[in-house]
Design a protein around this ligand. Structure first.
Ligand code: GRF
Length: 239
C-alpha cells in the first residue's frame, strides 16, 4: 500500500456515511485517514460521531451567514479575491439572466461562507475533500481553490439516486415518487454544476411494489455505506 490518503470531510446531518468511512479507515479496508469534519449546521449528530472518533471538527453556519447578509448586506463581507463576473460566468447553478439580483446574492453569500470554510480547512493537509451528506452546493470560488491542479478533481460527493437521473436534494424521494423499480446511489466528483460531475461509482437496488419511501431510503443508505469507502479507496489507489 502507498501513502495514506488525507481526507477532509463535510457534513450537514446524521453522518452515517461519515461513520462508514471512519469505520473503513479504522478497519484498514481503505488506505485513508480523516483529518477534519466540518459542518454547515451546528449541533448535528455527525459532529458527535467525528468527535467520538477523535477527529477535529468545525462549523461554518451557512444559515446565519445568509440571514446576516439579508439584513445587513454582504458587500462588506466578501472575500478580497472574490470576482463576481468570473464566478458568474463559470457556474451552472443559477441563471444570472433570469434574475440577476437573486443570482448575485446567492453567489456572494455562498462565497462568504466558502471563504470561512477555506480558512478553517487551511490548518490541515488534505488530499481529498469528501462531502458526506453536505447539503450545500459549491460555487467556482471554492472549487477553484481546492482543485488547484488542472484536470485533477479533489472534491467527491455522494448523491442518493442513479445520476444523471434525479439530481437535486431529494434523490430517493424523486426515485420513489416516479415509480422506479430500481433505485441507487452515485459517488461523483464535483464540478461547476449541480450533481453533474464525473461519476466514480454507483450501486443499485430493487424497489418492491410494497416498499415505502422509508424502505427505499434504508436500502439506499445501506448501499451508500458500501459505495463511499470503495470510491475513496479507488481514488487512493489512483494517486
Ligand atoms: C445521504 O442519503 C446522502 O446521499 C445525501 O444525504 C444523506 C446523508 O446521510 N446527500 P448521512 O448524513 O450520511 O447519514
Amino acid at each position: 500500500m502507498g501513502k495514506t490518503l488525507k481526507v477532509g470531510t463535510l457534513i450537514s446531518g446524521g453522518g452515517t456515511n461519515l461513520q462508514a468511512i471512519i469505520n473503513a479507515c479504522r478497519a484498514g479496508s481503505i488506505n485513508a485517514e480523516i483529518v477534519f469534519t466540518g459542518s454547515d449546521v451546528p449541533g448535528v449528530r455527525g459532529l458527535e460521531r467525528a468527535q467520538d472518533a477523535g477527529i477535529d471538527t468545525f462549523v461554518v453556519n451557512y444559515a446565519n451567514i445568509i440571514a446576516t447578509c439579508k439584513t445587513k448586506g454582504c458587500d462588506g463581507r466578501l472575500p478580497k479575491d472574490f470576482d463576481l463576473n468570473d464566478i458568474q460566468a463559470k457556474q451552472r447553478l443559477i441563471d444570472p439572466v433570469k434574475d440577476p439580483e437573486k443570482a448575485a446574492f446567492f453567489l456572494k453569500t455562498r462565497a462568504i461562507a466558502e471563504k470561512m470554510l477555506l480558512d478553517e480547512m487551511a490548518d490541515y493537509e488534505m488530499d481529498l475533500l469528501v462531502l458526506a451528506g453536505f447539503m450545500r452546493v459549491f460555487t467556482p470560488y471554492f472549487i477553484d481553490r481546492i482543485n488547484t491542479e488542472p484536470g485533477k478533481h479533489r472534491i467527491m460527493n455522494i448523491h442518493p439516486a442513479l445520476l444523471p437521473a434525479f439530481p437535486g436534494t431529494d434523490g430517493y424521494g424523486d426515485t420513489f415518487r416516479y415509480g422506479c423499480k430500481i433505485g441507487g446511489c452515485t459517488v461523483h466528483f464535483i464540478d461547476y454544476g449541480e450533481d453533474t460531475g464525473p461519476i466514480i461509482g454507483q450501486k443499485a437496488f430493487e424497489i418492491e411494489d410494497t416498499d415505502t419511501l422509508d424502505d427505499v431510503k434504508a436500502k439506499g443508505l445501506a448501499k451508500e455505506w458500501e459505495l463511499y469507502p470503495a470510491c475513496i479507496q479507488k481514488y487512493a489507489e489512483s494517486l
